[in-house]
Design a protein around this ligand. Sequence first.
Ligand code: ADP
Ligand code: MG
Length: 399
Amino acid sequence: MNIHEYQAKELLAKFGVPVPAGHAAMSVDEAVEAAKQLPGPLWVVKAQIHAGGRGKGKFKELGPDAKGGVRLAKSVDEVRANAEEMLGKTLVTIQTGAEGKQVQRLYITDGVDIAKEFYLALLVDRATGRVAIVASTEGGMDIEQVAHDAPEKIHTITVDPATGLMPHHGRAVAAALGLSGDLAKQAANVTAKLYDAFLGTDASQIEINPLAITEDNKLMVLDAKVGFDSNAMFRHKDLAELRDLTEEDPMEIEASKYDLAYIKLDGDIGCMVNGAGLAMATMDIIKLNGAFPANFLDVGGGASKEKVTAAFKIILSDPAVKGILVNIFGGIMRCDTIAEGIVAAAREVDLDVPLVVRLEGTNVSQGKEILANSGLPIVAANDLGDAARKIVAQVKVAA
Ligand code: ADP
Ligand code: MG
């Protein structure tokens, strides 16, 4: 689960991380009010969307010469003019995809005189199973380019969970950023506070880009991207409330209501599978046969009729879907129960695309019989390879 920059900064400030003052605004009036509460003489008006690259982003409705999603303002009137221009517009950045994201919230914040910009992030390093701190002197707007062109400028420091963050980690971050004296102390301090925030919120990532040195030698967090481990949200009810559903894919929201793990993809073959590993294998074999999956969908171990129906509806609500491949292994769930669920769901949703079903496991012959006797145009498959070939062929014929 991700949150907006302003929410991330409010959260980090509670842990003692230095951030400039600022206020969120949902309207032009609120933006003006927010600006009046800040001292000036420099303000920054920042589009709040769940995507980075806003500074270099472009608004769809404005010309190519218009400014991006992060704008300096030298007066309250300039804040007003920028808020008027940005709210409700669609911002396209390197991370939003071509369709962009509509700006519904702004963040009005103190403008800082920047001497230098660094990159500092904390994330879960799956290879070592530890929290990793990633630091680079090459902060600002093009960290992806740095990672590509000059990976040696990116330093990674992992923290042993048995010891937690130690003073040497702080010194290592300072060294990676080329800092000494008081700034080195500040870097160690910011690192410690970020680490506390990371553990305290069950974060999956905290990315600060830029971490700036100001002209008066203070380290300040100017941009923050924070994501949490969704599996831990049950113990952070206050954080769960920060979720902004308008930033999420409507089909993924619908899927989360039924505990279905669903991710929309770009292809045209809808997949319904139980088990994440089997879902991955199913997507692979569809690709191997020359087509692309329209989604990842894991209905989980206890795939009830309700879940199967919800999954069908979600898959079919995607206009890109030209055929569906159901690949279920009946272990705990018996194949006949699953087959009944599939038939009932197919009837309920008025299935109008080809459906190939591969069942395997307990009571598989009864399951296949139920599908065959349903009167529905369900194509049965014998194994995974057979299923993939059949659905790809059906979709090609229909095209
Ligand atoms: P994004 O990463 O989405 O482009 P940032 O918040 O990093 O958005 O802003 C882009 C750039 O704008 C920063 O690298 C920084 O140079 C500048 N900037 C952001 N916030 C401030 C601020 N409060 N004061 C001065 N400059 C800022
Ligand atoms: Mg940034």
